[in-house]
Design a protein around this ligand. Structure first.
Ligand code: AMP
Ligand code: GLY
Length: 423
């Protein structure tokens, strides 16, 4: 079996690492990949949104399956593009069609879907520019803090939490009237603030049945103690101690099952991963967001805990035979710390040589923003490398990770020293 994996982050390196272990695999291609993925398969210099280039590559190289890492090509309809093409339509795509990817691509669509199917989520209203005055009145009717969300994809920056009414009114107006997030904020969701602790649940689904993958918690803020601006994610752990069997049972009954059944009822054929961003409010789960893909850096802590042959699972999704499988989980804890470039999540420099030893005793090294230039690994992104370790306890896993983080060097390296601090 020949698989093409789209993406270039730590998530894709973790997926590539796992897929490369399958006896069912003949060849793995990663487009565009990074310095790390090139050790698991062959990197292909194609952008994830270059549908015509991907089409040609798949047909020229006899690719049997497409696995899509990031949301962008899914929301742009890569799965639909394959289905509509007489030569590509028989090649399975793991990742939902555009209509289903709207669960991530449109916050308003996701909220309406949750309301239709009785899935617990924060109370909300959606506004367009023509309804600014109604929106302002709605904001005034709520208690602070205020949660404003650009409807469309905004590179993870579209959610603004405002501490007071004045800033909420200013931000709301900037989003709708001044197109602060471009077309993505042509609609704005204003929602009730949920107070609690966050974690993420993941499922893989073939559109009929689903398997729950290990849950995880990520650390989104750049600064220690969860301070400063949001990033793509600075670290993650799995399992999550407060997500006990009772809580996870509620997540499955109140959130996962109604979501899968809702998709079925609405005749939305969903094949791929669903990522549920959750808030635990006094023991009850609420959905903060859906994503139509795996999380990054959650994947780096989730994948090493899955003992199954991953290609077998992907094939089961394609053949709608997931009901015949179950997930075999490693009971150990996995902890990931992300090393980032100085300046991230704002402007940062690229091209810094990376010094590291691979393989690394006691840890896995998943590359994110790296590239090979003249035979040398150099930085090529804000998030550069994830170090991941399994341990008998969270303390052990974190200790191994932090021991090894110090062995990776590049100019301007920064990482959070407190991953897991709140658990
Ligand atoms: P998102 O981009 O949807 O992941 O949202 C970014 C972050 O905003 C989330 O991880 C939460 O920390 C926070 N957030 C989003 N919605 C709410 C809400 N209704 N109540 C409290 N925090 C929220
Ligand atoms: N780590 C959050 C995300 O992947 O969206």
């Amino acid at each position: 079996m020949q698989i093409l994996l789209l993406g270039s982050g730590g998530r894709e390196h973790a997926l590539a690492w796992k897929i490369a272990q399958s006896p069912l695999l003949d060849k793995l291609y990663i487009a565009p990949g990074n310095a790390g993925t090139s050790t698991c398969g062959e990197n292909v210099p194609l952008g994830v949104n270059d549908f015509d280039g991907i089409r040609k590559f798949v047909l020229d190289n006899g690719v049997d399956m497409l696995l899509v890492g990031p949301e962008d090509p899914l929301v742009k309809g890569i799965h639909d593009f394959f289905l509509a093409d007489p030569l590509l339509c028989k090649i399975p795509v793991i990742g939902p069609v555009a209509k289903a990817a709207l669960l991530e691509g449109s916050k308003d669509f996701a909220k309406q879907f949750m309301v239709r199917h009785g899935i617990p989520t924060a109370a909300y209203k959606t506004f367009e520019a023509s309804g600014i005055d109604d929106g302002l009145a709605f904001i005034r009717s709520l208690a602070p803090p205020y949660v404003l969300k650009a409807d469309g994809l905004a590179a993870g920056k579209g959610v603004i939490i405002c501490p007071d009414e004045e800033s909420a009114i200013k931000e709301f107006t900037a989003m709708l009237r001044d197109a602060r997030f471009g077309q993505a904020s042509a609609k704005v969701v204003v929602e009730e603030f949920l107070s609690g602790i966050e974690c993420s649940a993941f499922v893989i689904t073939d559109g009929i049945s689903f398997l729950v993958l290990p849950e995880a918690k990520d650390y989104k803020k750049i600064g220690e103690g969860d301070t400063g601006p949001n990033t793509g994610g600075m670290g993650s752990v799995s399992p999550v101690p407060f997500a006990d069997a009772t809580f996870l049972g509620k997540v499955e009954e109140r959130i996962i099952k109604p979501t899968i059944n809702g998709l079925l009822q609405e005749k939305i054929d969903y094949r791929g991963f669903i990522f549920f961003g959750l808030m635990n409010v006094k023991g009850d789960p609420y959905v903060i967001e859906y994503n139509c893909r795996m999380g990054d850096p959650e994947t780096e802590s989730v994948i090493p805990r899955i003992k199954n042959d991953f290609v077998e699972l992907l094939q089961a999704v394609a053949e709608q035979k997931l009901a015949d499988h179950r997930i075999i989980t490693d009971a150990r804890t996995c902890a990931t710390v992300m090393l980032v470039s100085k300046g991230y999540p704002d402007a940062y420099e690229k091209g810094r040589p990376v010094k590291l030893e691979e393989p690394m005793e006691g840890s896995l090294v998943f590359h994110a923003g790296t590239i090979i230039k003249e035979g040398e690994v150099v930085t090529n992104g804000g998030r550069v490398i994830a170090v991941t370790s399994l341990g008998a306890s969270m303390d052990e896993a974190l200790a191994a990770t932090y021991r090894n983080v110090g062995k990776i060097e590049f100019q301007g390296r920064y990482f959070r020293k407190d991953i897991g601090f709140d658990l």
